[in-house]
Design a protein around this ligand. Structure first.
Ligand code: PEP
Ligand code: MN
Length: 354
């Protein structure tokens, strides 16, 4: 990380960037109100920090120990930028003063199903509509989402999805499961989701980030927090800082029956909010895997400092083609929204407690 002097000229900043690039690295320039910070992207062994410290206009050049720095609050603080990024999508602010509720079916099943649920969640207080079109499934014999049947079905489902979002005035988010789907999905949606199973796919992260769209990025169920944040850095290194981090549960421990699908790592929420300037949301649906726990785990997530939730909602969970056991009805969702809002009011924004 290079901290420029407060009176460094543009020519000096450009010269430092050029020097970094001449060494085969990339530079991330953060121009704050008071000074400019330049982050190195790439293999830092290629350049000497003593050399950088000698360049005109440079106040300090130092190594950052954490494997993620571009997303760190320290980096934002040094650059004089906001330590809490607010991601604007249409009229919705993610990470702002209000909680954000993302809701909708696990999978888009039909136009009628999608519109019914979209109407229900909107009435209940949802801000953003979710719906899977390319579903990651364990078994090849299961319903793969409408995107799994043919290109025509994928396009049709994406068109309904866009239409539902526009009709009920909600931005829309769907998951990209592979690189070949990026361009198509980017044409229709406002936010692109990278699911837990693809958390480690560097090429998918980089190419999705290059669309410039906000990304809802889920933690893998076996990933440590440092690993998750390190991989998030791949997207920010592409100059896309609109990354929403999502905690969705890690693998349960021990022998015997697992009472939940995953273990919601609640403490990861305030930890990540403190480590990075990115907003953190929680997915209680995939974490719990059972509808009777969604209300409590949602309340707990907001109490832990989450900026919002992504919840699976279906008008008829018993008939859902995917994840019926964890989907709640629009009425149940409405109760959850009310409870979460009062908890949020009681505790204030993000981790303001410390
Ligand atoms: C989803 O949100 O549809 C999903 C598959 O979640 P995850 O990637 O967290 O399993
Ligand atoms: Mn699901």
């Amino acid at each position: 990380m290079i901290i420029m002097k407060s009176d460094a000229t543009k020519a000096q900043i450009d010269a430092v960037v050029q020097d970094i690039e001449n060494h085969g690295l990339r530079a991330d320039v953060s121009q704050g109100d008071f000074r400019t910070i330049i982050g190195l992207i790439g293999d830092e062994r290629k350049i000497s920090f003593d050399h950088l410290a000698m360049l005109p206009g440079v106040k300090e050049a130092r190594m950052v120990e954490t494997p993620y720095k571009l997303i760190s609050r320290e980096y934002a603080r040094l650059a004089g930028e906001s330590e809490h990024r607010v991601i604007k999508v249409g009229n919705v602010e993610i990470g702002g003063d209000k909680l954000v509720f993302i809701a909708g079916p696990c999978a888009v099943e039909s136009k009628q199903q999608l519109f019914k649920i979209a109407e229900g969640v909107k009435k209940a207080g949802a801000d953003v509509l979710r719906g899977g079109i390319f579903k990651p499934r364990t078994s090849v014999h299961s319903f793969q989402g409408l995107g799994g049947s043919s290109e025509e079905d994928a396009v049709e489902a994406l068109e309904w999805f866009r239409e539902a979002g526009d009709k009920f005035e909600m931005p829309v988010v769907t998951e990209v499961r592979g690189e070949s789907q990026i361009d198509l999905i980017a044409k229709y949606v406002d936010i692109i989701q990278i699911g837990a199973r693809n958390m480690y796919d560097q090429d998918l992260l980089v190419k999705t980030a290059r669309t410039g769209k906000p990304i809802l990025y889920k933690r893998h169920f076996g990933a440590g927090i440092e690993e998750f944040l390190s991989f998030a850095e791949y997207m920010v290194a592409e100059d896309n800082k609109d990354i929403i981090l999502c905690e969705r549960g890690i693998l349960p421990l021990g022998k015997g029956r697992s009472y939940t699908r995953y273990t919601l790592d609640l403490s990861a929420v305030p930890v990540m909010q403190k480590e990075t300037f990115l907003p953190v949301i929680v997915d209680p649906s995939h974490a719990a895997g059972r509808r009777d726990l969604i209300f409590n785990m949602s309340c707990a997530s907001i109490a832990a400092g989450a900026c919002g939730l992504i919840v699976e909602v279906h008008h008829n969970p018993a008939e859902a083609l995917v994840d019926g056991q964890q989907q709640i009805t629009p009425d149940e969702f409405a109760k959850l929204v009310t409870a979460c809002r009062s908890i949020h009011q009681a505790i204030g924004n993000r981790t303001n407690g410390g």
